[in-house]
Design a protein around this ligand. Structure first.
Ligand SMILES: [Zn+2]
Length: 364
């Protein structure tokens, strides 16, 4: 499994292009003055589209890229003519290359400032402050999260905050996305980011003659890795309640291959890709099924979300006060989203294997 992982964005991109070229011409989405182009490949020529994207959160691209290479190596060669006549499989490789290269989940907005979570930047009306989505509950947590890094005291404070706000919606609201604090957590930006425009450009290319779309984003990171208590989970996150037809669709396709008991649930995020795709392409004639596949890294559900928020806040404290993220904080961030542990890396790809098996055997 190790060979699928890469050391940096350049190596990952080279590997992906080489692997994907065996099956089809690799296409590139390129933007002016943008260092990190996005390669993608279309395999098959059917009108039922299946898209697997990676690295919308930069650092998560290390796993996402590896999973896509696994897919190209082990699954694509076995696809038969019938499948490829009915479906087109599109792999979009690492949307946030800057973040992957810099081991950050977000991308730095060099013109306007701030760290932008690209998965809170889709389909948002940025035309005026009044049209921006509101998240007043986030405000209650902001100062605490961005307080001075302190492994013991800050962790205890966040733990206490979680206990106090677990049932009033405030704890959950932290990750929904916010548009007020450029250096706050889960910041959705002040304008559409170039990576977001590139992503939608690629989807437009894919969807030109589409009769349906299933799109899955590859994600990691439910908190800092813990060698003793951490476990690798695979969760398929959909943005609809259990009874919704999209949720039912994913349950039918994946429930017996994605074993985790929380395999399907519904977070409500602002400005995320899955909702944007449904709004952009979904019609009565063209069903659109979207989800994120999230590989867990830590001791879920209590400690890992605490660490995750603390590490993200520490990074912002460092940036605002020293202009750079300390090596300790950067290391914590890395362990939260891309654990160095070899067993985690292997297990994460085994979860992806289950997901891919569902895709190639259950979609009709
Ligand atoms: Zn993610």
């Amino acid at each position: 499994m190790k060979k699928y992982y890469s050391e940096n964005w350049y190596q990952a991109t080279e590997k992906f292009v080489k692997n994907a070229s065996r099956f089809a011409d690799v296409r590139w989405c390129v933007a002016d003055n943008h260092t990190f182009d996005i390669p993608y490949v279309l395999i098959g020529n059917g009108s039922d589209k299946i898209v697997i994207n990676s690295g919308i959160h930069g650092i998560e691209g290390y796993f996402g890229s590896a999973a896509q290479n696994l897919f190209l190596d082990k699954f694509v060669p076995a696809l038969d003519k019938k499948f490829l006549g009915k479906h087109t499989i599109c792999l979009i490789h690492v949307i946030n290359g800057w973040g992957m290269q810099n081991r950050m989940r977000e991308v730095a907005d060099k013109t306007r400032g701030g760290l932008v979570d690209l998965n809170r930047n889709f389909g948002v009306d940025f035309s005026s402050p009044e049209t921006l989505p509101q998240n007043p509950k986030y405000e209650l947590a902001h100062d605490l999260l961005l307080s001075m890094p302190d492994e013991k005291i800050k962790k205890e404070n966040i733990k206490r905050f979680r206990a106090e706000h677990l049932h009033d919606g405030v704890w959950d609201a932290i990750s929904f996305g916010q548009y007020k604090h450029p250096y706050g957590l889960f910041y959705g930006g002040a304008a559409p980011m170039v990576e977001n425009k590139m992503t939608l450009h690629i989807y437009d290319d894919v969807m030109r003659d589409a009769k349906s779309l299933m799109s899955i984003g590859m994600h990691t990171g439910l908190g800092r890795f813990d060698r003793k208590r951490g476990r690798v989970t695979g969760q398929l996150l959909v943005s609809h309640p259990a009874q919704h037809k999209n949720t039912q669709y994913f349950k039918n396709v994946f429930t017996d291959v994605v074993s985790d008991e929380r395999a399907v649930n519904g977070p409500v995020l602002l400005g995320d890709l899955v909702d944007c795709l449904e709004a952009r392409y979904g019609t009565d004639d063209v069903p659109v099924y979207t989800a994120d596949f999230e590989i867990g890294t830590g001791e879920y559900p209590i400690m890992s979300p605490i660490y995750k928020r603390m590490d993200m806040g520490d990074a912002r404290y460092d940036l605002l006060n020293y202009g750079v993220i300390s090596s300790q904080t950067l290391n914590n961030l890395t362990e939260s989203w891309y654990p160095s542990d070899a067993r985690w890396r292997g297990d994460a790809l085994r979860q992806a294997w289950l997901l891919f098996s569902g895709i190639v055997t259950k979609t009709r």
